[in-house]
Design a protein around this ligand. Sequence first.
Ligand code: FES
Length: 140
Amino acid sequence: MSTHPCLSLSRRHLLAAGGAGLGALALAGCGGGEDVPRLTGVASGDALVTLAELPLEGGYLVELDGRRVVITQPAAGTVAAFDATCPHAGCTVRPTDDGLGCPCHGSAFDPATGDVLQGPAASPLTPVGVAVRGDDVVLA
Ligand code: FES
């Protein structure tokens, strides 16, 4: 039996926030027909996802205070994150089988650096600071 990703994320984040005394981390829910977890009130040190939930060589799309961010694990235990707004024309970049891609016009990005691998995008994704703390990926 599978659990809806928003529900499992909510329980985990609420426990993490309460256990660590990190304050107001809440799940706003999933919207727009997409399974994109939305977190509000996110502060430095707050858990965003567990390493176990983050596919190796893959990515995880989440909305942090209205900003879509894609978190990647390009190598075991190494994480990176980027603003998911495509620098070409603003569509949401998503994890793909090959890394990070934009569904609108086919741009592809390196999941470790955010660099452009294939245009039409001409500039890299904007980095978002994250770090590994224990089993979690946290906002830096
Ligand atoms: S908006 Fe992403 S490739 Fe055009």
